[in-house]
Design a protein around this ligand. Structure first.
Ligand code: NAD
Length: 381
């Protein structure tokens, strides 16, 4: 049967990203370090593993308002490789020991921490004390107390703080936020969000070491399901109950494998989330009073895909690394002009409050845990 009202969203990427739009209109004279290369902000990546090398560094080559100026690595053999590949000068290369000297380096405006989760807090705090703006990868840290310490350090130093939530500036996410806010299909009533992948054949990796990761699937992928649950519901949860399932206890030792959680939101939406290290899951379903919208895939690097019950396809142009380019440009614009920070520290902390509530619920046999978040971390687009 022919779909009615079929409409393809075909908006240019830069036009599509609410808030991050019109980046090209930033007056370059706002640059903090006038006279620097194209007046872009210099970013130093801390930790040159899979995400830095595979996504962030190539994304920075395409950014308009920031560039890869420096690196911080604990692996000496990576120094020359990265210097050659990304034309990084020797004075902008640091290791974990001499990192604090970055305070004297005017070429570095932003430090982006891309280390195992339990190392985020230490390096964010050291970066803030060095007077640098900070982006920390997700999860923001491994406890609420650590999130508080990062936020305090950034406030004390008067520097900006962002979390590496690339979905918050993604056009697909923004289209869901628009449907939730403008209500063309009525109020949201139910959401379901899943984020997981199958982890195999690498039991010694840091992600399965609780000291380094802070937890299993929930810390790593669960934060995506928490995030999309909240923008899908258009509000924060007021209570959560959770259950854990372990089907491969020999492989997932000391960290969670699969978790389901049920949420009630402050606007009476109810929701269900799932996260796993033993099942592929990558989806958001939003049920409105008069229809539904779905993203599947929803949280990955793209191409993403979406549709609504009205026969509309949700579709935006795809280019490799576009999410990371938009995310870092958006943060650089925030630093340069005071524009909206779409993934502030408060949002990262809120998600860790929810993570801690989920672990508490599991520990207490699935008990419903009340949450008093107000509008914490909700950023209006
Ligand atoms: P990775 O294992 O590929 O890289 C980790 C880096 O940390 C390596 O360079 C390693 O040398 C360094 N390191 C320093 N001390 C270490 C230690 N004690 N043990 C292990 N490694 C150590 O990890 P990754 O995938 O690049 O993840 C890094 C961070 O980025 C994590 O917080 C992760 O959640 C986040 N991440 C985010 C996304 C995203 O889409 N936003 C995607 C992947 C990873």
């Amino acid at each position: 049967m022919e779909k009615i009202n079929r409409r393809t969203f075909n908006i240019k990427l830069t036009q599509a990203m609410a808030g991050a739009a019109l980046l090209s209109n930033i007056p370059l004279s706002y640059g903090l370090n006038s006279g620097k290369q194209d007046k872009k902000l210099g970013i130093a990546l801390v930790g040159l593993g899979g995400y830095s090398g595979g996504q962030l560094a190539p994304a920075l080559l395409k950014a308009e308002h920031c560039y890869l100026a420096g690196i911080v690595t604990g692996t000496p053999s990576k120094e020359k490789e990265w210097m050659d590949k990304y034309s990084i000068s020797k004075e902008n290369v640091y290791n974990y020991e001499n990192f604090d000297e970055i305070a004297k380096n005017k070429a570095i405006d932003i430090v982006y921490v891309v280390l195992p989760n339990s190392m985020h807090a230490e390096f964010c705090i050291r970066a803030a004390k060095a007077g640098k703006h900070v982006i920390t990868e997700k999860p923001m840290a491994v406890s609420v107390a650590e999130c508080d310490a990062i936020i305090k350090a950034c406030n004390d130093a008067g520097v900006k703080l962002g979390v590496g939530y690339r979905m918050q500036t993604d056009p697909y996410t923004n289209e869901i936020k628009r449907l939730v806010a403008e209500k063309p299909m009525g109020e949201v009533q139910y959401i379901s969000s899943d984020a997981g992948f199958v982890s195999a054949n690498n039991p010694t990796q840091w992600r399965l070491n609780k000291t380094l990761s802070g937890g299993g699937a929930l810390m790593d992928m669960g934060v995506y399901a928490i995030q999309s649950s909240i923008y899908g519901a258009g509000a924060n949860p007021v209570s959560i109950a959770a259950q854990e399932f372990k089907t491969r206890p020999d492989y997932f030792v000391g960290v969670d494998e699969s978790i389901t959680a049920q949420m009630k939101f402050s606007n009476n939406v109810v929701g269900n989330m799932f996260t796993s290290y033993n099942a592929n899951a990558n989806r958001l379903f939003v049920s409105f009073r008069r229809g539904w919208a779905e993203l599947n895939p929803c949280h990955s690097y793209g191409p993403l895909s979406g549709r609504t019950s009205r026969g509309e396809e949700i579709k935006f142009p795809y280019e490799r690394h576009y999410q990371q380019t938009i995310q870092m440009d958006s943060f650089a614009k925030h630093v340069l002009t005071g524009s909206t920070n779409f993934a502030p520290g408060e949002m990262g902390k809120r998600d860790i409050i929810i993570v801690e509530a989920i672990y508490k619920s599991i520990k207490e046999g699935g008990k419903t845990i009340p949450l008093d978040l107000g509008d914490m971390g909700i950023v209006k687009v």
